[in-house]
Design a protein around this ligand. Structure first.
Ligand SMILES: Cc1cc2nc3c(=O)[nH]c(=O)nc-3n(C[C@H](O)[C@H](O)[C@H](O)COP(=O)(O)OP(=O)(O)OC[C@H]3O[C@@H](n4cnc5c(N)ncnc54)[C@H](O)[C@@H]3O)c2cc1C
Length: 404
């Protein structure tokens, strides 16, 4: 273990803990400062593309996560108005042959909990709850972080993994509040026995309709069904302040097939999430400070890749820091350079995918027509994403030396 100053991480979500593991595995001491009174995650599911399993291997936690993962047989897209299947991506042998890794879904607490256990098991990672970063001062040879409770920490560098409303981003990028999409998500997890239509219980299914979609997949050994219903609020589009509430959810789903409407019973109406993203920012690094995950590139969840990008970020960051020694500004710029185009593409594509899901009229007709022509064994639209990053590919064997 090095005698250098530790690296400070603001935020102990999936991104912050992944970064802690990656940096510790690169030989650095790390301190994670988390604003909440406890390290934790919300009680719903999350999808992980095949680009993530090799990242979890690199973080040394794939084996701990495996028992909690559920492996659907297909990603299905259905029309919410007719209830009919439009297309699917089969997740069987052809998918595995193409990507070498599986697609899985998992309860967020199981994923985050495995990361937390792995961090706690290491002597080189300190975890500090109730430590909300208030501001920081990069003095060139070290960074001083001041927390909301008045405490201060000194580190060699700072990683802002403090999410959508990141105070670290405010100081590094300074681009104001994230963009309000006018979209609202309702979540719910119910026992599998309470699900009436179980035709697609082995799949991850998206019912797409005008200004709406609903996602379903099973978790925890198949015992529970995770449900997310999302609407693009018409009231928000009209500039009304009272928008996205449960009455508008019911209103927007009114045109759906009765089976899809009935699925709204599986989501809680007492809480909902207003969705945000940002246009890509080409620079999220300043001196000894950089950003990671939603702090760096917040995106709408329509490709189910926000946390996946945070985990990929962490692996690349660990690799660059490992190569650059104590030169953090150089390591952080190299990390950003490797991550920018990919994360920017996901941010922009996720927005466009939302428009496709929420299409109405002629656009919906076109979507359904094109879906009918898709090859379920060739996910052309997201192949670039699922192929993952260079770190996931096996090293190329060195070319043979030419004879002397
Ligand atoms: C409805 C929905 C569904 C989604 N589904 C998927 C999916 O299927 N797959 C996927 O990959 N992604 C999905 N996402 C996106 C994913 O949830 C996020 O991209 C991911 O959680 C980002 O992780 P993060 O660690 O960067 O940020 P966060 O999870 O937001 O963590 C930030 C942490 O920083 C802490 N913090 C905040 N302020 C401070 C401060 N001042 N000081 C210290 N700590 C602070 C917070 O308490 C938190 O613990 C979904 C998102 C939504 C809304």
């Amino acid at each position: 273990m090095s005698n250098e100053r530790e690296i400070l991480i603001s935020g102990g979500g999936i991104g912050g803990l992944s970064a802690a593991l990656a940096l510790a595995r690169a030989g650095r001491r790390v301190r994670v400062l988390e604003k909440a009174a406890e390290f934790g995650e919300i009680g719903y599911g999350i999808q992980m593309g095949p680009n993530i399993q090799p990242m979890l291997e690199r973080l040394g936690i794939a084996h701990a996560i495996e028992p909690h993962a559920v492996y659907p047989d297909a990603l299905v897209l259905a029309d919410a108005i007719t209830g009919k299947e439009l297309t699917r991506i089969t997740l069987g042998a052809a998918f595995l042959a193409r990507y070498r890794h599986r697609y899985f879904v998992i309860h967020r607490r199981d994923l985050h909990g495995a990361m937390l256990d792995a961090c706690r098991a290491r002597g080189d990672i300190a975890l500090e709850p109730s430590k909300g970063l208030e501001r920081f001062d990069d003095r060139g040879d070290r960074v001083i972080v001041r927390c909301e409770d008045g405490s201060a920490y000194e580190g060699a560098a700072l990683i802002g993994a403090d999410g959508l409303w990141s105070p670290t981003r405010a100081a590094v990028v300074g681009d104001g509040a994230p963009r309000t999409a006018g979209h609202f998500a309702y979540r719910g997890m119910v026992p599998i026995d309470s699900i009436i239509d179980r035709s697609y219980e082995n799949s991850m299914i998206i019912y797409a309709g005008p200004s709406l979609h609903l996602v379903q997949y099973r978790l925890r050994g198949g015992t529970v069904m995770n449900n997310v219903a999302t609407i693009a609020s018409h009231r928000h589009a009209r500039g009304e302040a009272d928008c996205g509430g449960p009455d508008e959810l019911t209103e927007i789903f009114a045109r759906c097939d009765p089976r899809v409407r009935q699925m709204l019973d599986y989501v809680g109406k007492d809480r909902h999430w207003a969705l945000h993203d940002r246009p890509p920012a080409a620079n999220w690094t300043k001196g000894n400070v950089t950003l990671l995950g939603d702090a760096a590139h917040p995106m709408l969840q329509y490709l189910a890749q926000g946390a996946c990008m945070a985990i990929e970020d962490a692996v690349v960051l660990g690799a660059k820091v490992g190569l650059a020694g104590a030169d953090y500004p150089r390591a952080f710029l190299a990390y950003q350079e490797e991550r920018f185009y990919r994360t920017a593409r996901v941010q922009i594509t996720a927005r466009a995918f939302g428009d496709i899901l929420h299409a109405d009229g002629g656009a919906r007709e076109l979507r359904n027509h094109l879906c009918a022509q898709r090859d379920p064994d060739w996910p052309a639209e997201i192949d670039w994403l699922y192929r993952g990053i260079a770190a996931a590919r096996p090293p190329t064997p060195p070319a043979p030396m030419p004879p002397p």
